[in-house]
Ligand binder design. Structure first.
Ligand code: GUN
Length: 295
């Protein structure tokens, strides 16, 4: 039997359409567009592509996009001054500083400077804390996108065994907190986990976020499990051409899983769609309006 293919691209497109409807309503009600500021320091080519995409999709959703590009040798004081300016700017509802930053800048210090109520990435410790204790706050975009796909596929997740592979602050830890919030039994596996294939085999839900190409094999997967592949790894394909693969060996996984996300076209498109959703939610909160129902 072959798994259902979870079409994240289609899901993200439908979510963006709902966001655009609510963004237009917000503009009518508030007399201004919801606004997202994106800060890019340096010239990292992959980051530049993401930032362009974020700007384009923000405008397509009927929101205002403010892009700030700073040279790679920008000092911390200059970057912190820009963040202060964006914190104080009434037209800016969300602030995203594209990571990774150049090595001489402290990501921790920079993220800590963002107003938590404009932290649409959900990276500020205030928002991480809110998520950990089950309070409302901004949730990092990629794990929230994964949760939306899981709930769309499975409905109620309560009581299911979930294994998250990877313990990053951006994906693994918030993903585990979200699944716990859905009353899953959650295991976080990582590079030191013993007998990883056996740990994965007990999962009804597998979220792979380790950045190791094709690591999770089909015979690690419990038949019928729902597999969410967060990995986006550039590898050399046939005839030396670069290609993208996930952390899951899709060819074998698709034979065993009940449902699986492809790479590309699975989790990837969800991240920016959720960023726009978080920005619109921030705009409503700042304008004293109830949160839009984007479901
Ligand atoms: N770099 C790669 N993904 C992300 C993201 O979701 N947010 C930020 N700020 N930087 C990133």
């Amino acid at each position: 039997m072959s798994a259902a293919i979870i079409d994240g691209k289609a899901f993200a497109g439908a979510l963006r359409a709902r966001i655009a409807t609510h963004a237009a309503r917000f503009e009518q009600g508030a007399g201004r567009k919801a606004g997202l500021a994106v800060v890019l320091v340096g010239e990292d080519p992959a980051s530049a592509v993401y930032v362009r995409s974020k700007g384009r999709q923000t405008v397509e959703a009927g929101m205002a996009s403010f892009e700030h590009r700073l040279p790679a040798d920008t000092d911390e004081a200059t970057l912190l001054a820009l963040i202060e300016q964006l914190n104080a700017d009434p037209a800016v509802d969300g602030i995203l500083v594209q990571l990774p930053l150049p090595a001489h800048l402290s990501e921790q210090t920079v993220i800590a400077a963002i107003d938590p109520d404009k932290d649409v990435d959900g990276f500020h410790t205030t928002n991480a804390g809110r998520l950990a204790v089950g309070q409302k706050g901004f949730v990092p975009c990629t794990p929230l996108g994964c949760l939306m796909l899981l709930k769309d596929q499975l409905g109620d997740l309560s009581g299911l065994e979930a294994v998250v592979i990877g313990r990053s602050n951006i994906v693994g830890k918030p993903m585990a907190a979200l699944l716990l919030g859905e009353s899953c039994t959650v295991t976080v596996a990582h590079s030191r986990t013993k007998n990883l294939p056996d740990v994965v085999r007990r999962a009804d839900i597998v979220v792979a976020a380790v950045g190791r190409p094709l690591m999770v094999q089909g015979d690690w997967i419990k038949p019928g499990a729902c597999v969410i592949d967060v990995g986006i790894n550039r590898v050399e394909g046939p005839e030396g051409k670069p290609m993208l693969v996930g952390d899951v060996d899709y060819a074998s996984g698709v034979q065993v899983a009940g449902a699986i996300t492809p790479v590309p076209g699975g989790v990837g498109p969800m991240t920016i769609a959720v960023l726009l959703a978080n920005t619109l939610t921030a705009a409503h909160a700042r304008a004293g309006l109830p949160a839009p129902d984007l479901s």
